[in-house]
Structure formats: structure tokens, C-alpha cells
Write a protein that binds this ligand. Structure first.
Ligand code: GRF
Length: 205
């Protein structure tokens, strides 16, 4: 099944780029149909523009109420017939209404082996600092469903990455990120081929 993807990103957008590339290379059938960022300077919006993918800067700050923000968000998802919402470095909580509507149709990637090194404050370089400080010799990547709690939903796919004795948080971050670029398309492939069950589509009438 070919899924219409919406990518939510706040920063660089390298996972977005990897997903677009995987589709162009025929590794996944699903296509990025929509990119939304809360950050107008996000690299992800530029990548979307370059690839002629509809893209929006959507932030709660730009609306009078959360209700209006969520309405706009929902309208965009419906307009682009989104089947799967893919969080790629999105730094905001997803509104509970959207989580409910797209239950088991929202996924996230985390740069560690959840449930280790997840939860509040565990993002970006902090994750890799914590891994190195823990003395663990293996870390990795987790793709999981998004539910109402941070880094909590059911795990779809994990891949290990070795921690080297001379790793710094930055060298580890780079190596884990390269693995993310392989693992995220693989997880999408599992969902589009029904090897892992997608939630029931409650979004389309
Ligand atoms: C990745 O490390 C991802 O695991 C985390 O945020 C980062 C996003 O990187 N959730 P990019 O914007 O895709 O380059």
C-alpha cells in the first residue's frame, strides 16, 4: 500500500531528506505529500520547497487559540489525504485530538534504544551525552508509535549502534543519525507492506 506521508519537523530535516530519497530510489512506495514545521527557519521547509512538496510553517503562536491551530492542522492533513504522520525531529507535543484521530498512524524516531534515554529533556545531543555518561557500549535508534506520553508508544523497529571507547556525544550523534536515515524508511516499509499494523483510518470519512 502506498501511504501519503506528512512529515513534521522542527530543525535540519535530514530524516525528511532520507525518506524522500528512499522513495525516489524505490525503497519505499509511500510519498511525502506534506511538510509542516513549527519553525519558519527549519531546514525541512527548504528541503520540501526544493522537492516541490506542499509545506507550511504552522505554529500555535500564529493562532488565536489552540482550537484554531488544531483545526488548520486537521484541515491540511485531510486536504492532502494523509495516511501516516511522521515526526522527524519535531519538538512539539502533538495535540491529543490529533493523536486520537490518527491513533497508530503517527510515528516518531528517537536516537536511542527506548525505553532507555527517553522522556522529557531527552532530545538532541542530551541523549548521546547521557548514553556516554552511562557507560553503555551499545545505543541505537527506535521508531515507535506516538501516544499521549513522550517517547512512550509501542516500538515498531529498533537498530543497535555500537558506542566506541573514544566516542564523544557529537561523533556518536553523527553515527546514530546515519543509522536513522536507514531505519526510518525501513519502518515505513514495514507499515506500507502491512508487516506492522497501521491504526484504523478514522481520518477519512
Ligand atoms: C534526529 O536525531 C531524531 O532522532 C530526533 O531529532 C533529530 C532530527 O534530525 N527526533 P533531522 O532534523 O531529521 O536531521
Amino acid at each position: 500500500m502506498k501511504l501519503n506521508l506528512c512529515i513534521l519537523a522542527s530543525g535540519r530535516g535530514s530524516n525528511l531528506r532520507a525518506i524522500i530519497k528512499a522513495n525516489k530510489a524505490g525503497k519505499i512506495k509511500s510519498q511525502v505529500k506534506l511538510v509542516i514545521s513549527n519553525n519558519s527557519a527549519s531546514g525541512a521547509l527548504n528541503i520540501a520547497k526544493t522537492n516541490k512538496i506542499p509545506n507550511y510553517h504552522l505554529s500555535l503562536r500564529l493562532f488565536n487559540s489552540e482550537k484554531q491551530f488544531v483545526r488548520k492542522f486537521s484541515e491540511l492533513l485531510a486536504k492532502h489525504k494523509i495516511d501516516l504522520i511522521v515526526l522527524a525531529g519535531y519538538m512539539k507535543m502533538i495535540n491529543p485530538y490529533i493523536i486520537k484521530k490518527y491513533r497508530n498512524r503517527i510515528i516518531n524516531i528517537h536516537p536511542a534504544l527506548l525505553p532507555k534515554f527517553g522522556g522529557k529533556g531527552m532530545y538532541g545531543i542530551h541523549v548521546h551525552e547521557a548514553v556516554i555518561n552511562s557507560g553503555d557500549t551499545v545505543t541505537g535508534v527506535s521508531v515507535h508509535y506516538v501516544d499521549e506520553k513522550y517517547d512512550h508508544g509501542e516500538i515498531i523497529l529498533q537498530k543497535e549502534v555500537k558506542v566506541k571507547a573514544d566516542d564523544t556525544p557529537e561523533t556518536l550523534r553523527k553515527r546514530v543519525l546515519r543509522t536513522e536515515h536507514k531505519v526510518y524508511p525501513e519502518a515505513i516499509r514495514l507499515l506500507e507492506t502491512n508487516k506492522i499494523k497501521l491504526g484504523k483510518d478514522k481520518s477519512r470519512k
